[in-house]
Design a protein around this ligand. Structure first.
Ligand code: KAW
Ligand code: ZN
Length: 684
C-alpha cells in the first residue's frame, strides 16, 4: 500500500508540474476557463445581492434589511472564495494584459476581506441602519409636532424657495438635529470596522481611504487634485464674492459680512453645494432670456415620464443604446406615498446583462431634469459595457461613471437645445443673454467644486485617523469654511452634532471625490466632442447633437463607454480627447466670458473671506442659553439634559424643578439609599 501511495503522489507531482510553477498555475487558457466560470457565478450572486438591496431601498423595513445584510455576507463569502481560487494562478506573470487585469480585480476584496463573520455582519448592519436613519429623518414643526417635514421634497423646497432668514435656519438646523445626532455614535464604529476589514485584503490597505483612492490608479492622485482645485479657485472666489454681494442686498449688512464667509443656510441647498435656486436673486440681466425653465415645464404639464423619455431620446439621437423595456417597467421614478424609501437618486445594474433601473423621487423641475440625465448616463454605461466580464463592468474610473449623463446634459441645457425641446420660447443671441446662461450653469457647476473636493478630504482624514471622533465636527467645519467660504448660521455643539452625517454619501458610504473628478472630466469630454461634432464658436454654445458630425461624436463616446474598466482610464480618456491627463482648462474656457464679467462686477469687493467671522446670533431670542462664562450659546434642548455643554457646566446648573418622572427617580434614590446606608447601621 505504501509503495502504491508513493507512486500516486509522484504521479500527482509530475502532473501538476506540467502547468503549476512554484508560484502557481501558468496556463492562460486554464485561467480564461476559470474566469468564464467565475463570470457566470458572479452574475447570479450579484443579481441576488442587488435585488435584495433594491427591495430594501424601496421599502425600508427591518425584514428587508436583514435579507439584504445576509445577501451581502453571502456575496463577501463568494468573492473571498474566488480570490482564494484565483491565487492558485501565477497571474502576475501572465502574458495577456487583459487577463492579468481581471485577476488583479478579482483579487482585490475591499471590506469583503473581513474574515471575522461577526464583524462582517456588524459592519453591514451599521451601514443598513445608517442608511435607514438618513432616509427616514424628519423635522417636525415647533408649534405642530404632528406636522413633519421630509428631506425630499419638503426640506429641499424650504431651502430652495424660502427667503426668510429664520425659517431657512429652522429647516437647516432641524435636519441636522434630526439626523446628525442619531448618527454620531454609529460612525466611529463603522470607521473602525471598515478599516479593520480592508487591512485584511491581500494588499493590506493602511486604511479605507487608501483603498478608495487606489481605484484611480494614479500615483500622485491627491497632488493632481490639489493642482486642479487651485486652478479653479479664482473662478469660485469670484462667484462667491458676487453672490455674497447679492445676499447682502437681500438679507442686510448685519447678517452678511462683506468680507466674511456666507451663512450656509442662504444658498438654496441643504449643503450649499448647488446655488441654482438663487438664480432669480442673482440673475445678471433680468430683462433678457431667463434660464429658469421650471415655470414653463409646469405650465406645459410636463410629467416625470416625459422627463425620462426626453433624456432617452437624447441618448438615442446621439447614437447611444436606448433604454430596454424592463427599464421602464421596473424603475421607481416617483416617491411612493405608502412606505419609506431611499429617495436619493441612484442607477442600478443587476449584472445579468439586461435588468437596469433608476430609483428617484423625481419632481417636475429643471434641476431634476438634469439629474434624470445624470442617472440615465449611469444606465447608458451599464448597457454599453454589458458584454464585458463582470470585473470590467465599471467606469474607467468612478469619475467617468459620474460624468456621462452630465456631459450630455451640458448640451441639453444650452438655450438653443431647450428651445428645440419646447422649454424656451425665444432665444436671444446676445452677450447679456449669454451671461445669464453662464451664470445659471456656474450656480450649479462652479458652486459645487469646493464641496466636491472637501467631502473626501474629511473622510480620508477620518479613515487615516488624523480626524478623530472628538474632532469630527470641528474639522468638518474647518474644511467647509476654508474651501466653500460658508459658516453655520447657528453655533454648533461639536460634542453632539455630526454635520457630515447629514449628507447622504456619508451614512450611505459612497465615496465622493468621483464627483469632483467628474466635474473636471465632463468639460474635457464636452470640449473634445464639440470639436468632433463640428461645432464652431464658444464652448458654452455647443450642443453636440446639433453639430454636422454628431454621429462621429456619438461613436467616440460609445467606444469609450464600451471599454468599461478593461483598460486604465487614460486609455479611455484618449478615445474621446486624444490626451491622457485630467485638465481644468476646458472648464475655465467654458466659463471665460463669465469670469471676465464677474471680475468687472467684483471691482471694489474683497475676494475670499475672513475665516474667523461668524453670523450674529441672538441666543436668548431663540430660547438658547448663554454659558455663564459667555463663551457659547446652548440650544434649548441641550440645557439640563445631563451633558455639560458649557466648559463651566453652567448649562446643567439651576435647572428647572424636576419633572414628575425625575421626582419619582429621586424618591426611589432616597428609598434605596435608606435601605443600603441606614438599615445596616440600625441592624448593627
Ligand atoms: C451632482 C451630480 C450631477 C449633477 C448635479 C449634481 N449635484 C450634485 C452632485 C453630486 C451628487 C450629490 O447629489 O451630492 N450626486 C449624486 O449623488 C447623484 C446620485 C448618483 O447617481 O451619483 C448615485 C449615488 C449612489 C451611489 C451608491 C448608492 C446609492 C446612490 N450613483 C449611482 O447610482 C451609481 C450607480 C452605478 C455606478 C456609479 C454610480
Ligand atoms: Zn451618479
Amino acid at each position: 500500500m505504501k509503495g502504491r501511495a508513493g507512486v500516486f503522489c509522484l504521479l500527482l507531482v509530475a502532473l501538476s508540474a506540467q502547468n503549476v510553477a512554484p508560484q502557481g498555475i501558468t496556463d492562460e487558457q486554464q485561467a480564461w476557463d476559470f474566469i468564464w466560470d467565475y463570470n457566470a457565478k458572479a452574475e447570479k450572486v450579484y443579481y441576488h445581492s442587488k435585488s435584495t438591496r433594491w427591495n430594501y431601498e424601496v421599502d425600508l423595513t427591518e425584514e428587508n434589511s436583514q435579507k439584504q445584510v445576509e445577501a451581502k455576507i453571502a456575496e463577501a463569502q463568494f468573492v473571498k472564495d474566488v480570490a482564494q481560487n484565483a491565487s492558485r494562478f501565477d497571474w502576475q506573470n501572465f502574458n495577456n494584459a487583459t487577463l492579468k487585469r481581471i485577476f488583479f480585480s478579482i483579487s482585490s476584496l475591499g471590506t469583503a476581506a473581513q474574515r471575522d463573520q461577526a464583524k462582517l455582519k456588524e459592519l453591514n448592519d451599521i451601514l443598513s441602519e445608517m442608511a435607514n436613519i438618513y432616509s427616514t429623518g424628519k423635522v417636525c414643526e415647533f408649534n405642530d409636532p404632528s406636522n413633519c417635514l421630509e428631506l425630499n421634497p419638503d426640506l429641499y423646497d424650504c431651502l430652495a424657495n424660502n427667503r426668510d432668514y429664520d425659517r431657512l435656519r429652522f429647516c437647516w438646523e432641524g435636519w441636522r438635529d434630526a439626523v446628525g445626532r442619531k448618527l454620531k455614535d454609529k460612525y466611529p464604529r463603522f470607521v473602525e470596522l471598515s478599516n479593520d476589514a480592508v487591512s485584511q485584503d491581500a494588499q493590506n490597505w493602511t486604511d479605507t481611504g487608501a483603498y478608495w483612492r487606489s481605484w484611480y490608479e494614479t500615483a500622485d492622485f491627491q497632488e493632481q487634485l490639489e493642482n486642479l482645485y487651485n486652478q479653479l479657485k479664482p473662478l469660485y472666489n469670484n462667484l462667491h464674492a458676487y453672490v455674497r454681494k447679492k445676499l447682502r442686498e437681500q438679507y442686510g449688512q448685519d447678517k452678511i459680512s462683506a468680507t466674511g464667509p456666507i451663512p450656509a443656510h442662504l444658498l438654496g441647498n441643504m449643503w450649499s453645494q448647488s446655488w441654482i435656486y438663487l438664480y432669480n436673486l442673482v440673475e445678471p440681466y433680468p430683462g433678457k432670456t431667463s434660464l429658469d425653465v421650471t415655470p414653463k415645464m409646469k405650465a406645459d404639464g410636463w410629467t416625470v415620464d416625459r422627463m425620462f423619455r426626453t433624456s432617452d431620446d437624447f441618448f438615442k439621437d446621439m447614437g447611444q443604446v436606448e433604454m430596454p423595456q424592463n427599464f421602464w417597467d421596473n424603475s421607481m421614478f416617483v416617491k411612493p406615498a405608502d412606505r419609506e424609501v431611499v429617495c436619493h437618486a441612484s442607477a442600478w445594474d443587476f449584472y445579468n446583462a439586461h435588468d437596469v433601473r433608476v430609483k428617484m423621487c423625481t419632481l417636475v423641475n429643471m434641476n431634476d431634469l438634469v439629474i434624470v440625465h445624470h442617472e440615465m448616463g449611469h444606465i447608458e454605461y451599464f448597457l454599453q459595457y454589458k458584454h464585458q466580464p463582470v470585473p470590467f463592468r465599471r467606469g474607467a474610473n468612478p469619475g467617468f461613471h459620474e460624468a456621462v449623463g452630465d456631459l450630455l446634459a451640458l448640451s441639453v441645457s444650452t438655450p438653443t437645445h431647450l428651445q428645440t425641446i419646447g422649454l424656451l420660447d425665444t432665444v436671444e443671441d446676445d452677450d447679456e443673454s449669454d451671461i445669464n446662461f453662464l451664470m445659471s450653469m456656474a450656480l450649479d457647476k462652479v458652486s459645487f467644486l469646493p464641496f466636491g473636493y472637501l467631502m473626501d478630504q474629511w473622510r480620508w482624514g477620518v479613515f487615516n485617523g488624523s480626524i478623530t471622533p472628538a474632532t469630527y465636527n470641528q474639522e468638518w467645519w474647518k474644511l467647509r469654511t476654508r474651501y466653500q467660504g460658508i459658516v453655520p448660521p447657528i453655533p454648533r455643539n461639536h460634542a453632539k452634532d455630526f454635520d457630515p452625517g447629514c449628507k447622504f454619501h456619508i451614512p450611505d458610504n459612497t465615496p465622493y471625490i468621483r464627483y469632483f473628478v467628474s466635474f473636471i472630466l465632463q468639460f474635457q469630454f464636452h470640449k473634445a466632442l464639440c470639436e468632433t461634432s463640428g461645432h464652431t464658436g464658444p464652448l458654452h454654445k455647443c450642443d453636440i447633437s446639433a453639430g454636422p458630425n454628431k454621429v462621429a461624436a456619438g461613436e467616440k463616446l460609445a467606444r469609450m463607454l464600451r471599454m468599461g474598466s478593461s483598460q486604465p482610464w487614460p486609455d479611455a480618456m484618449e478615445v474621446i480627447t486624444g490626451q491622457r491627463n485630467m485638465s481644468a482648462q476646458p472648464l475655465v474656457d467654458y466659463f471665460q466670458p463669465l469670469i471676465d464679467w464677474l471680475e468687472q462686477q467684483n471691482q471694489g469687493e474683497t475676494l475670499g473671506w475672513d475665516e474667523s467671522w461668524t453670523p450674529p446670533y441672538d441666543c436668548e431670542a431663540t430660547d438658547g442659553f448663554t454659558c455663564a462664562d459667555g463663551s457659547k450659546c446652548i440650544r434649548p434642548g441641550d440645557r439640563c439634559d445631563g451633558v455639560n455643554d458649557c466648559a463651566d457646566d453652567s448649562d446643567e446648573q439651576n435647572c428647572p424643578v424636576a419633572s414628575a418622572q425625575s421626582v419619582t427617580v429621586s424618591m426611589a434614590t432616597i428609598f434605596i439609599s435608606t435601605i443600603v446606608c441606614i438599615l445596616p447601621a440600625t441592624l448593627n
